[in-house]
Design a protein around this ligand. Structure first.
Ligand SMILES: [Zn+2]
Ligand SMILES: [Zn+2]
Length: 398
């Protein structure tokens, strides 16, 4: 075995240990004390496993890799915006997100699910039959974020980056590109423009009678529309990283709905409407989110000062894994201070999703969907297995 092979093995050992370390951090209450793993423990492990192959040069490289791993590991543990779980980067599989995204599994599922009931009689039999698919696949766009380079900016728009110009951003993507340049637009997020692209695709899918495309695009557009209803998806301070409120993103959009939606929210809403100007409609929703972002941050900041630091977090077991969460008493106080904002935005998201589906169908010439309604429902994939992807951490990026 040459040095190259030994180093490759060492590298794998280090990678594996960093991964284990990350998992350990997320699953152990005393995780903070374990931050230095992989430390001496790891070095001993390497020497035990590789001693007979090591020479001095190899050890030097191994030491470098070890220090590098410690650094990467620390970064992964501390987390930052848009960072993917170290395990994912290394393995490219078993997509576990430490910084999960958007309303979270729970919120997106509920938004797509409830939107179905707002549809007109010509649409509801088909959509209701496939309701499980629409709910199960409500989070597909988030899963693509780590595989498709262009995906991330489609989920948010940092309205505050545009200052006073935020109120007059071109609704047309072509005009926006001329005015700001595509790179600059992508750098700050393109959610409202992307929703209109998806709406165009949905119209085409209806026109083409492509059942699979109708369902897939309906599930996807439901996700993006849901995202722009989250205030922190319209702010560059999307995870409170500028105000020492790291984790507030997931707190607002995942933790609060998970704790309160089923017990307290009324998600039964009237009917979808035809949107004469869907672009202006969605931009209005984006502006509402941007306007609410300051309240989301300010109220949590005030509350955090009133709560002793130790009482803001608690450890809970989910799917057999102990995770650090905002304590339910703290969440209740925050939820209360928001005066129904999360429920309001969730209801508005449901209405918007249904209205976009309906508008796309009308714009496609109201094709007859009854032939699809007669087809069997697409069997659900295993949502409980998928669920784990969204329970790895409480921190989110848009
Ligand atoms: Zn989010
Ligand atoms: Zn998203």
């Amino acid at each position: 075995m040459g040095n190259g092979v030994v180093l490759a093995e060492l590298n794998m050992t280090l990678r594996h240990s960093a991964c284990e370390s990350h998992k350990k951090f997320r699953s152990t209450p005393s995780a903070a004390a374990d931050r230095l793993w992989p430390g001496w423990e790891l070095l001993i492990l390497i020497i035990k496993r590789q001693a007979k192959f090591l020479d001095f040069k190899c050890l030097r490289v191994a030491s470098f890799l070890w220090v590098l791993t410690l650094f990467i590991n620390q970064q992964a543990i501390c987390g930052d915006d848009n960072r993917q779980c170290l395990c994912d980067k290394m393995n490219g599989e078993n997509l576990i997100l430490s910084n999960t995204v958007s309303w979270g599994f729970f919120g997106h599922r509920h938004i797509n699910y409830h939107a179905v009931f707002l549809l007109p009689p010509q649409m509801i039999p088909f959509f209701k039959k496939q309701i499980r698919f629409l709910a199960d696949h409500a989070t597909d766009p988030d899963k693509r974020r780590y595989a498709v380079k262009e995906e991330a900016p489609r989920h948010y728009i940092d309205m505050d980056r545009y200052g006073a110009a935020a109120d007059s951003l071109p609704v047309s993507w072509e005009k926006a590109k001329v005015e700001y340049g595509e790179d600059s637009l992508n750098a700050h997020g393109i959610a409202p423009w992307w929703i209109m692209v998806m709406k165009g695709r949905l119209v085409k899918a209806f026109q083409g009678g492509d059942k699979d495309a109708i369902l897939k695009i309906s599930a996807d557009i439901g996700h993006y529309i849901g995202d722009v209803h989250v205030p922190l998806h319209a702010s560059s301070n999307h995870n409170g990283q500028k105000t020492d409120q790291h984790g507030i993103h997931g707190f607002w959009e995942s933790r609060l709905p998970e704790l309160f939606a089923e017990k307290e929210y009324d998600l039964i809403i009237g009917k979808a409407v035809y949107l004469k100007d869907p672009a202006t409609f969605i931009w209005q929703r984006v502006r509402e989110s941007a306007a609410a972002a300051d309240t989301v941050l300010r109220l949590e900041k005030a509350l955090s000062l009133a709560f002793p630091p130790g009482s803001r977090f608690a450890y809970e077991t989910r799917n057999g894994v102990v995770t650090r969460q905002y304590a339910s008493s703290y969440a209740a106080a925050y939820h209360n201070s928001l005066s129904g904002m999360v429920e309001r935005r969730m209801r508005q998201a449901i209405f918007a999703v249904a209205s976009f589906w309906y508008t796309a169908w009308v714009d496609a010439g109201q094709p007859n969907l009854s032939i699809f309604a007669a087809l069997p429902a697409i069997p659900p994939f295993n949502p409980s297995a998928d669920d784990t992807q969204f329970q790895c951490g409480s921190e989110h990026s848009p």
